[in-house]
Design a protein around this ligand. Structure first.
Ligand code: FES
Length: 115
């Protein structure tokens, strides 16, 4: 039997995707990055309320080099080679303070004409 209740989404500000696959970092360092992310979000007060940051792990984000790869949406900003130290900067400077860590960005989603 399917649950007939519609899905419910609490407010959130950003969604962070972390690749935990084995191609962008052969030792799968993304798994440690993903595990560390929850604690940092909690520490910075980003787990609840309108500034909430959702997080998800993905088996591959289609980059497959230079990882671990972390993508932040709706900003469309992609970070590569994410170390625990860089993850902390991403959480504090980008997710908490709204200033992307410029030197670590390898890709930005081009603005859509409809956005
Ligand atoms: S395995 Fe990480 S982007 Fe493909």
């Amino acid at each position: 039997m399917h649950d007939q209740q519609p899905p419910l989404m609490e407010p959130y500000a950003r969604h962070v995707l972390v690749c935990t696959g084995g191609y962008c970092s052969t030792d799968r360092r993304g798994r440690a990055i993903y595990a560390k992310l929850a604690g940092l979000l909690q520490r910075e007060g980003l787990l609840f309320g309108p500034r909430r940051v959702k997080r998800s792990e993905a088996p591959c984000l289609g980059v497959c080099a230079g990882g671990p790869i972390v993508a932040v949406y709706p900003d469309g900003i992609w970070y590569g080679g994410v170390t625990p130290e860089l993850l902390e900067r991403i959480v504090v400077e980008h997710l908490r303070d709204g200033r992307p860590v410029e030197g670590a960005i390898f890709h930005r989603l081009a603005p859509s004409p409809t956005r």
